[in-house]
Design a protein around this ligand. Structure first.
Ligand code: GLN
Length: 192
């Protein structure tokens, strides 16, 4: 039986996430169909979900306007996996420092948008990630800082700050794991 993977497709690296999901699935002998999510009614059909980066204000607005926000909450409440990256992390968090973002409270962390500092707007780093044998080459683009972690597990840190966390079925990164052709974070989120 084929799995259905939904990628929220308001903006961000939708095709890159789709490719990483397909590659992670193939490594586990699973077949997967990737569908793009722009309206309600699709999330309930999905076995797994990804919310990519982009602008968290825009993504949050569309999710609320279309009623997708409640469907994503139900998905996670049913214990189905969600990978939320960068702006997706901001949207999924329990608190963000911007009232324009209606956080979904799926991940017990608070975040600050664009907080890594001006000269570090974008940078790359080799990260040791719990659950991976070799370092992961992480690309950070105007990434959020996770400044408080509640009941969630920190999987990786950079410069003393958490940059990958897991809270039950939700795995979230402040970097972009879809950009390097390495699908191990998708693998951890969906198939481990
Ligand atoms: N800076 C964006 C925000 O605050 C996130 C950046 C990204 O997703 N690459 O929403």
């Amino acid at each position: 039986m084929s799995l259905t993977a939904g990628v929220v497709a308001v903006q961000g690296d939708v095709s890159e996430h789709a490719a990483a999901i397909e590659s992670a699935a193939a490594a586990h002998g699973e077949s997967v169909e990737v569908v793009e999510i722009r309206e309600s009614g699709i999330v309930p059909e999905c076995d797994l979900l990804a919310i990519p980066g982009g602008e968290s204000t825009t993504i949050s607005r569309l999710l609320a306007r279309e009623g997708i926000d409640e469907e994503v909450k139900s998905h996670v409440a049913e214990g189905k996996p969600l990978l939320a990256t960068c702006a997706g992390l901001i949207v999924s968090s329990s608190d963000a420092n911007d009232d324009r973002v209606e956080t979904l409270d799926l991940l017990d962390v608070s975040v600050q948008r664009n907080a890594f500092g001006r000269q570090k707007d974008s940078f790359e780093a080799e990260l040791d990630v719990d659950g991976l044998d070799e370092p992961f080459h992480a690309v950070f683009i105007r990434a959020p800082v996770i400044d408080e972690v509640g009941d969630a597990e920190v999987l990786a840190t950079w410069d003393g700050r958490p940059v990958a966390v897991r809270d039950g079925p939700v795995l979230s990164t402040s970097f972009h794991p879809e950009l390097t052709g390495d699908s191990r974070i998708h693998d951890l989120a969906f198939f481990e």
